[in-house]
Design a protein around this ligand. Structure first.
Ligand code: FEO
Length: 395
């Protein structure tokens, strides 16, 4: 991606990563690739806001060179330590060794522990300002959105917010603005990003949005560090974040199961029939065959989850176990959860699944359904009723 002007004297100099399909150590599938955004502000002083992932350092440097010689950079704002935004720093700092890096105290510590660079670093706090000439940058600490070091940078003269990961999407497209891309894909990727990265931090996010709203600062453009820039209607993504952070859900149930010889799958299908018969939307996933990132995205706005597993060695199967470990970390409070599964002799999957989520903020009190070997007609009816009743008790 070449450098493009996003506002007078402000350039997007980041890179497109069309090929990435796994992110965060395979915890997030990125079917539409991603971008690592970096913004160059050319004023009396020159500032770069964030860099890019290390393997793309040279591309960033070439993009900067198309606008200014890198040695002329006075400041590098490090909104976030994570390597997808700071990985190019060591290469860049070789070209502008006198540039001052600005970030939070935790950022200073984190960058040192990543790169061990002997760099000039200025710690900034909420409300601190950096005069560039015609423009000023102001900083807003945003701890745990989504690392302790995270920070937002705001330029009042352009009403431009650069919030790093917040409001981002893993979405590689030729269009660089929200009004240049497919709207369904854009909002799907924004929701996926929220569900898989920010969901457990919802209360922090809601407070931060309220804090920004109290500041009453105009925001005409949001330039995140992944995906496209929100310029048409930044309020749209802010409002979506408020909805997700408040845990607003739809009458929808996610059924996710793993099956050994098909008995638990039979149960899952009947449960789904029972949910549908109650007039509630249902999405059914065989966890061993499905994209976990996608399932979690669909779970974000669902009121209830039903998890199923065959029993194996008195326990649940390994794919559902790994998935519930992720669900536990998301702390999806306020959701109703239920469990089901088939077994051969001693059982154990239902109990172990309940145990896995007992401290995750969900209600696991509904008795689960366990069926020996292959469900017969009556037992399939039991499954149908289980799904039907579960759907009826949703808030
Ligand atoms: Fe995009 Fe937290 O890094």
């Amino acid at each position: 991606m070449s450098a493009i002007k996003i506002l007078p004297d402000i350039y997007s100099v980041g890179v497109l990563d069309w090929g990435v399909r796994n992110f965060h150590g395979h915890t997030y599938t990125t079917q539409r690739g991603s971008t690592y955004n970096s913004y160059l502000i050319v004023d009396e002083k020159i500032a770069l806001v964030d860099t890019v992932y290390g393997p793309f350092a040279q591309e960033l440097i070439e993009n900067i060179k198309a606008i200014v010689p890198p040695e002329k950079i006075d400041y590098i704002i490090a909104n976030h330590v994570e390597t997808d935004h700071s990985g190019a720093l060591p290469s860049l700092m070789q070209l502008c060794p006198k540039a001052k890096i600005l970030g939070t105290a935790k950022c200073k510590d984190g960058l040192y522990k990543h790169y061990y660079g002997n760099w000039d670093f200025q710690v900034v706090k909420t409300g601190d300002k950096l005069e560039l000439g015609k423009r000023t940058l102001t900083f807003l600490e945003a701890p745990m959105i989504h690392w302790p070091d995270s920070m937002f940078t705001y330029c009042p003269q352009d009403a431009l917010l650069m919030p790093n990961d917040a409001f981002g999407q893993h979405y590689a497209t030729a269009g660089r603005f929200d009004d240049q891309v497919d709207q369904c894909s854009l909002m799907d990727e924004a929701e996926k990003y929220y569900a898989n990265i920010l969901w457990p931090l919802s209360s922090v996010i809601l407070k931060k949005i309220e804090e920004v709203q109290r500041l009453n600062i105009p925001i005409k453009m949001i330039a995140p560090s992944h995906g496209v820039i929100w310029r048409k209607d930044p309020g749209r993504i802010i409002n979506s974040y408020i909805t997700w952070a408040k845990g607003q859900t739809n009458k929808k149930i996610i059924v996710a199961y793993e099956t050994m010889w098909g008995a638990t799958e039979k149960m899952a299908r009947q449960i789904a029939e029972g949910i549908s018969a109650a007039g509630v939307e249902v999405n059914l996933y065989n966890i061993a065959e499905s994209d976990r990132t996608e399932i979690i995205t669909r779970m974000l706005t669902a009121q209830g989850f039903l998890f199923g597993s065959s029993t194996h060695d008195n326990d649940m199967l390994p794919n559902i176990a790994a998935f519930l470990e992720i669900v536990k970390g998301l702390k999806p409070k306020g959701r109703q959860v239920g469990f089901f599964g088939s077994y051969g002799w001693a059982g154990g999957a239902v109990k172990e699944m309940q145990e896995a989520l007992k401290d995750s903020g969900v209600d696991t009190s509904i008795p689960g359904v366990s069926i020996k070997y292959i469900p017969d007609k009556e037992e399939l009816k039991t499954c149908f009723e289980f799904g039907n009743q579960f759907a009826r008790i949703l808030r």
